[in-house]
Ligand binder design. Structure first.
Ligand SMILES: O=P(O)(O)OC[C@@H](O)[C@@H](O)c1c[nH]c2ccccc12
Length: 271
């Protein structure tokens, strides 16, 4: 008889393992008390919800250099400049990937972007500890991503509540029915459905339409990943999205008008 097989580690497991190693290094250098002290000097959080609840669709435009699924996407020597173009195009918020190993980002990118724009800024990372939320706010983040898949049981509510105490708006990301129910249950105001399965990296644009009806209409529904043009935005808005989160299509944009016009084309679409 063969022994039961241990489950294969997923792509996500690999990413989180690297994130935890890097986190341990930072924690050995900067104490939680230091971060708490830094909160006193940081700009107060900006609230993205009025814009997201306003008329027409909003875009969260992402600063993303590379990804495990696509490899190198764009150089982005000046993230603040790119974010300024996004904001000028009408982005409701800017997402900054701060994960270093697989996405090529950093908290320095986030600080630079936050100083350059007037719109709220999201820390997009693999957040599994309170320390990372403190770090996010101390660096100026207004929103933080939490992923239901990475936060089993009571951890989801614990981190969600802690983020709110810090004044952060949580973008709570889900990928299936069970995660959606958990997100609704913890009271998340902003729920993102990721079309990309982070365990396999496969994109399925039908996931939003399947999960959106399970999210009450008093929450703001966000469609994430695999959005390349206004026709994709139209589709998701038709299925109940108020906000779309776009990375690759915008960082690759080099046509006339660049990222600014690309954001503009995707903004304000109504049902
Ligand atoms: O580049 P895209 O396909 O437009 O996707 C953006 C965003 O949805 C994606 O970067 C993302 C969504 N959830 C995440 C969680 C971790 C890292 C990255 C992500």
């Amino acid at each position: 008889m063969s022994a039961p097989q241990a489950p294969q580690p997923t792509v996500l497991d690999g990413i989180v393992a690297g994130v935890l190693e890097d986190l341990a290094v930072r924690q050995a250098t900067i104490s939680e008390a230091d971060l708490r002290a830094a909160l006193a000097d940081v700009d107060p959080p900006r609230d993205p919800m009025p814009h997201f609840r306003g008329p027409g669709s909003s875009v969260i435009a992402e600063v993303k250099r590379k990804s495990p699924s696509k490899g190198e996407l764009a150089d982005i020597p000046d993230p603040a400049l790119l974010a300024s173009e996004y904001a000028a195009g009408g982005a409701g918020a800017i997402s900054v990937l701060t994960e270093q190993r697989r996405f090529g980002g950093s908290l320095d990118d986030l600080r630079a972007v936050r100083a350059a724009v007037d719109v709220p800024v999201l820390r997009k990372d693999f957040i599994v500890t309170e320390y990372q939320l403190l770090e996010a706010r101390a660096a100026g983040a207004d929103l933080a991503l939490l992923m239901a898949v990475s936060l089993p049981g009571a951890r989801l509510a614990q981190l969600h509540d802690y983020a709110r105490e810090l004044g952060l708006t949580v973008l709570l990301e889900v990928h299936d029915e069970d995660e959606t129910a958990r997100a609704v249950e913890v009271g998340a105001e902003l729920i993102g459905v990721n079309a990309r399965n982070l365990k396999t990296l496969e994109v399925d644009l039908d996931v939003f339409g399947r999960l959106a009806p399970l999210i009450p209409d008093d929450r703001v529904k966000v469609a994430e990943s695999g959005i390349f043009g206004p026709q994709d935005v139209e589709r998701f808005v038709g299925e109940g999205a108020r906000v779309v989160l776009v990375g690759e299509a915008l960082v690759r944009e080099s046509g006339s008008g660049g990222p600014r016009e690309a954001v503009r084309r995707m903004t304000g679409i109504t049902r």
